[in-house]
Write a protein that binds this ligand. Sequence first.
Ligand code: FA5
Length: 346
Amino acid sequence: MSNFDELKREALLAIQGAESVVRLRDVEVKYLGRSGRLTEVLRGLKDVPENERKEKGKEANALREVLEREIAKCQSQLQDADHERKLAAEKIDITRPGKKHHKGSLHPLTVIRRDIEQIFGTMGFTVAEGPEVETEFYNFDALNIPADHPARDMWDTFWIKGKKLKTEGKKLLLRTHTSPVQVRYMQTHTPPFRIIAPGRVFRYEATDASHEIQFYQLEGLMVGRDISLAHFKQVMQTFLGTLFGKDMNVRLRPSYFPFVEPGAEVDMSCVQCGGRGCSVCKQTGWVEIAGAGMVHPHVFASAGLNPKDWQGFAFGFGIDRVAMMKYKIPDIRMFYQNDVRFLKQF
Ligand code: FA5
């Protein structure tokens, strides 16, 4: 009897003292396992005198049940505690402020191109595109600039060595302006239409604060039965007024581009001084913004349209230069240096 009591006391202490499920399992093996202490006792019953065996057997089995019950109870308590510990360790405070992720931003030239597209969109202009690697035909010939014409020198050209487009036998180049898109569009569409064609262009020339060898232009073309320069002036004034958020004046000065007749340089009132005169506009109150004019009959003809049926205006301006004025950027080269301190401001 006292042996069982001693064993029970010892086993219950060991069970209560187990601080983890693994330790509890050790205790279980120690007392109830195949060579465990109680199992040994049960096994030794055969040597107990017969008159005591039944009683001892009963007690031993009762003790076994007690220990099994205690172990099961303790195991569930330990598992609950484990679970609680895990939950506490993995607790997420969803009310804490989140970590700030640094977000990138759009390039200023992308921002302004989208703005410009949106403004022209409200006036019914759709966006057209053309290739950056162009043929001599679309960049020059079709725009009324034949091979021996001195006007070719107006555009310093990157020629692509040795490559010719088989179908046209024409040399390839990096387009020097977006005007070729005019011809490509007119070849495939019937007027009336109004389009803009923003895109990258390339010029083989020295760089300075207002000149890059690659920059962006935006071409505009509006053709119909009776489209005139008066329409152009209104479109330009609306565009500039919306982009700069104030009333803008536009004036045209006679100029020469082979693909328009008459041709004009377009000036807008200086954003800096509002037309009063400052260093940006060299005290004139005007800033040159674009080239423009009425589409030349030869250009209509090379695009397959009859110049007797159609008339319209075309214009082209530098997107970089407009962005410089809008954001007050002093040097065009800043757009292409990828300096994060500059880009972050947009
Ligand atoms: C042209 O390229 C004509 N295709 C524009 C045109 C279209 C006239 C339709 C008539 C009708 P120009 O070479 O002037 O023209 O260039 C137009 C604009 O591009 C300039 O006003 C200027 O804003 C910009 N630009 C010209 N060269 C550079 C350069 N190296 N770097 C940055 N911008 C430039």
